[in-house]
Ligand binder design. Structure first.
Ligand SMILES: Nc1ncnc2c1ncn2[C@@H]1O[C@H](COP(=O)(O)OP(=O)(O)OP(=O)(O)O)[C@@H](O)[C@H]1O
Ligand SMILES: [Mg+2]
Length: 146
């Protein structure tokens, strides 16, 4: 397989109580190694849907998706999932906490990462006080350190 990713005639229909929404139709797209691509289009045209299907959060209704063997997909959600009642540090420690990997060393590592990501002054702030970009940087730590 030459491409890292091959999407052919992707189709996605959402089924809800209110009815059906055709979110994506006939989307075909190839990605080569090293490509940096932006998907642009008006609000509601199906960009997030494509990414959600790609990473397995949603099931496709039709078409084909081929990912080169050994490739991995990382996905930063449009709507973040920070807990508003936990401060930034506690949000970042959540995965470690749940997986019982939280100790002095792992906590220190997360604090160092927060420093590296320019969030030093916000460690004890609550998500509500952060900008969108800052929240995304917090998520990056949250997702990678479990
Ligand atoms: N979970 C869902 N259930 C039902 N319909 C949905 C769902 N998610 C998206 N849709 C519908 O699918 C269509 C595409 O939505 P999508 O979120 O993919 O758009 P988008 O291009 O990412 O928009 P935006 O630029 O506003 O983020 C819209 O009509 C939307 O209402
Ligand atoms: Mg979107």
């Amino acid at each position: 397989m030459d491409n890292v990713l091959e999407i052919k005639n992707l189709k996605k229909i959402y089924h809800t109580k209110e009815g059906e929404t055709l979110a994506v139709e006939d989307f075909t797209f190839n990605l080569k190694e090293g490509d940096f691509v932006a998907i642009v289009g008006p609000s509601g045209c199906g960009k997030s849907t494509i990414l959600s299907v790609l990473c397995g959060l949603e099931e496709k209704s039709g078409g084909d998706i081929k990912l080169k063997k050994g490739s991995k997909i990382g996905y930063m959600l449009q709507q973040d999932s920070l807990f508003e009642w936990r401060n930034i540090l506690d949000n970042c420690l959540l995965g470690l906490e749940i997986n019982k990997n939280l100790n002095k060393e792992t906590k220190e590592h997360v604090i160092n990462l927060l420093n590296t990501y320019g969030l030093k002054d916000f460690i004890y702030s609550y998500p509500d006080n952060l900008s969108g970009g800052m929240r995304q940087r917090v998520l990056r730590i949250l997702y990678t350190h479990k």
